[in-house]
Ligand binder design. Structure first.
Ligand SMILES: *Cc1c(COP(=O)(O)O)cnc(C)c1O
Length: 392
């Protein structure tokens, strides 16, 4: 099928809810993608952070092949070893929490919000979330996403959500009434433009949750699984949340989400309260186990620190040359380039030259290479970006 034929199929039969670029992707390996016309693309934003350890990571491919031949799916009527082992691997890398598995980030956040309601007294029904956040597209998680553009057409939203500016301790204190069940926040806002939380903001959330008996939920869907140089984003801050949510890189490309909660909170999720049919199936869990092993064996956390520093230094050098770059921010390989004008034309020009990056919030370029990226690949990416910036 030609590229044009595939696009026509989509136009006829696939709902047009995505703004797609006119390319058909057919193959991925490590930091590279190939399209149907044979173009090789350096992917510095793989799968919107899903392919965080690269495309088709060999250990994940092997684990999936093995598991597919044994048992693809087993429902939660029964026990299964991969789900138990994965929960243990996550638990020992975080705060010893217990896990619930699902299939996406939004579902993980839904589970966290429901659990917070179950754990707290019923007068507590409010959730505090932050402006510029992104928590998913289901009704509850889009309500939690405090960005008016995502709410258009869906009013009235779920009641009980209170929005405060990110990193604003005073606003947090003012919003923190006795009705608050939980605060849901990203340690680094991803879709919102790579905004890093201030330690004192997360610490204030912790303190107020403790004082008021509310639940601190960190959305680690994008920050989790090593991109920042630690397993979980919160580990950069001197705080321990009550619940974290994961998805994206967790399955190394296979769909899986997870919610991890402190055991005393997790205990509220008894049979009948919440479920997910596909959640924690053997295939997805085998992929996630292999993802964690890949990160561990490849020492990819340290690599993310080293490559993150290298990338940020290089990008700051670019800033001296190109006034369109205002500044560079981020932690590890979660990097944002703040521009002084819209980034979309830069992103499409880069793609023409064989580099994939992303633009969010109009003026922020997201540069989030796979954790296996090499210096040479970063050099190549930065040099393409350099040449594009010289043209625009
Ligand atoms: C992507 C994302 C989500 C939503 O995940 P889905 O798998 O698309 O439902 C939620 N929170 C954050 C921080 C994300 O980056």
């Amino acid at each position: 099928m030609t590229t044009q034929e595939t696009i026509e199929l989509f136009n006829k039969h696939v709902i047009g809810n995505y703004g797609r670029l006119p390319r058909v992707m057919v193959k991925g390996e490590g930091c590279y993608l190939w399209d149907a016309d044979g173009n090789k693309i350096l992917d510095m934003f793989p799968g919107w952070a899903v392919s965080g350890i690269g495309h088709c990571p060999p250990k994940v491919v092997a684990a999936v092949r093995r598991q597919v031949g044994e048992l693809i799916h087993i429902d939660n009527t029964f026990y299964s070893e991969p789900q138990g082992r994965l929960a243990q691997m996550l638990s020992t890398r975080a705060f010893g929490g217990k896990c619930f598995f699902c299939n996406s980030g939004a579902e993980a956040n839904e589970a966290a919000l429901k659990l917070a309601r179950l754990y707290t007294p019923k007068e507590k029904y409010k959730f505090i979330t932050c402006e510029g956040s992104f928590h998913g597209r289901t009704f509850a998680t889009v309500t939690a996403t405090a960005q008016p553009k995502y709410h258009e057409g869906f009013l009235p939203l779920l009641p009980g959500f209170v929005y405060i500016p990110f990193n604003d301790v005073k606003a947090l204190e003012a919003a923190f009434t006795d009705e608050v069940a939980a605060v849901l926040v990203e340690p680094i806002q991803g879709e919102g433009g790579i905004n890093v939380a201030k330690p004192e903001f997360l610490q204030a959330i912790r303190r107020l949750c403790d004082e008021k008996g509310a639940v601190m939920i960190l959305d680690e869907v994008q920050t989790g699984m090593g991109r920042t140089g630690k397993w979980f984003g919160y580990q950069h801050f001197a705080v321990e949340p009550d619940i974290i949510t994961l998805a994206k890189t967790l399955g190394g490309g296979v769909a899986i989400g997870a919610m991890m909660a402190k055991p005393e909170i997790a205990a509220c999720l008894v049979p009948g309260k919440h479920a997910s049919t596909f959640g924690g199936n053997s295939l997805a869990c085998a992929a996630a186990i292999a993802t964690i092993e890949t990160i561990e064996e490849g020492k990819l956390l340290q690599h993310a620190v080293d490559m993150g520093r290298y990338t940020q230094d290089k990008l700051r050098t670019l800033k001296e040359k190109h006034s369109v770059i205002d500044h560079v921010r981020g932690i590890g390989l979660m990097i944002g380039i703040q521009l002084t004008s819209p980034g979309a034309p830069i992103v499409s020009k880069c793609l023409e030259k064989g580099l994939r990056i992303n633009c969010t919030h109009d003026t922020v370029i997201r540069f989030m290479p796979p954790m296996i990226v090499t210096k040479e690949q970063i050099d190549e990416a930065v040099s393409i970006l350099d040449s594009v910036l010289s043209e625009v």
